[in-house]
Design a protein around this ligand. Structure first.
Ligand SMILES: Nc1nc2c(ncn2[C@@H]2O[C@H](COP(=O)(O)OP(=O)(O)O)[C@@H](O)[C@H]2O)c(=O)[nH]1
Ligand SMILES: [Mg+2]
Length: 314
């Protein structure tokens, strides 16, 4: 469980420890002694970034940025990490997005999509809790009608958050539920409506069809809805996250990405190629299972954590 006294940055850093420790050791090896920063070393750096799941394109660009950094005479391990984190941070800074449901129209409809186990329900629960703390009127919609356990799990989150909840028996039509929920949210003046969805149906096309149908019926009531479609990706699946981004991004359309489980993986580097490949920015990151373990994505902080540097100075 999360300890609120510990900052999210330390949770992120600890989570990425395996990535950053590995990277740290490799950095030390590559840049050992004070030999000049030659092409061979840059090639090794690029290779190391690829091994850390950053992907060939991002690795090449980051290496190019890194090589443009200037180094003093007595370069040490820390200087190298600083330079590398700068290069990664610059690469990602344009990929930061803001999730601000209370600044938009009401009811602000947020759709959570992604494969089973990626963290949709948990992320929705964390967001609901945060919005309730801010005094918002929140409606949670149990759009994963495929599995009974999914509805139960979401209800627990709703109760804990103090948010209102609308669900139907297993096997009910998710789009019909979403339509009725939006009607209710409008009639009753909700600020935000959070819609959970299934991550798997009988087959992939079935799932895509269902998501399209949910979006279609929401638009009947509000052409702007959903105001946000958050794709939830699990960092621990490594480069599979890229394939998922590709499928959901192309077939459904995504307005922001949430990357979860950065607290427990050596594969957090995959956030970089996902951010590069996606048309939509990274908005939030999950750094644990607890309510407070969801944070706005900060490129610089992420980059520092990835290379094993201490908390950024604010
Ligand atoms: N460590 C960790 N676990 C997470 C995070 N987000 C979700 N989980 C866990 O991942 C599992 C699947 O999450 P769930 O929300 O049910 O995924 P869904 O199938 O997409 O709805 C659950 O055990 C969650 O507690 C995270 O950021 N960190
Ligand atoms: Mg779920």
């Amino acid at each position: 469980m999360s300890d609120p006294k510990r900052g999210w940055f330390s949770r992120l850093t600890e989570g990425l420890t395996r990535s950053s420790k590995q990277m740290g050791e490799q950095i030390a090896q590559v840049f050992v002694a004070k030999a000049p920063l030659d092409q061979a070393k840059l090639d090794e750096l690029e290779e190391m970034l690829i091994e850390a799941d950053l992907g060939p394109h991002s690795a090449a660009r980051i290496t190019a940025r890194f090589s443009a950094e200037s180094f003093g005479k007595n370069v040490d391990d820390n200087d190298i990490r600083e330079a590398l984190s700068n290069a990664i941070g610059e690469e990602l800074s344009a990929r930061e997005g803001v999730f601000a449901p209370l600044s938009g129209p009401k009811p602000y409809v947020v759709l959570f999509i992604g494969v089973n186990g990626s963290g949709k329900t948990t992320t929705l629960g964390k967001i609901a809790t945060d919005l309730k703390r801010q005094g918002a009127k929140v409606l949670i919609v149990a759009g994963d009608t495929f599995r009974a356990a999914a509805v139960e799990q979401l209800k627990v989150w709703a109760d804990r958050a103090g948010a209102d909840f609308i669900g139907r028996p297993t096997g009910s039509d998710a789009a019909g539920l979403a339509f009725d929920a939006l009607q209710k949210a409008r009639d009753e003046g909700y600020d935000v409506m959070l819609v959970d969805t299934a991550g798997r149906l009988q087959n992939k096309q079935g799932l895509m069809d269902e998501l399209h149908k949910i979006i279609r019926v929401l638009k009947k009531l509000d052409p702007e809805a959903p105001h946000e479609t958050l794709l939830v990706l699990d960092a621990t699946v490594g480069r599979n996250a890229l394939a998922q981004e590709n499928i959901f991004g192309n077939q459904i359309g995504v307005s922001g990405i949430v990357m979860t489980k950065l607290d427990g993986t050596a594969r957090g580097g995959v956030l970089v190629p996902v951010a590069q490949a996606s048309d939509s920015p990274i908005k939030l990151i999950g750094v644990g299972e607890g309510v407070d373990d969801l944070q706005p994505f900060n490129a610089r902080a992420f980059a520092r954590s990835l290379v094993g540097l201490a908390e950024p100075v604010r």
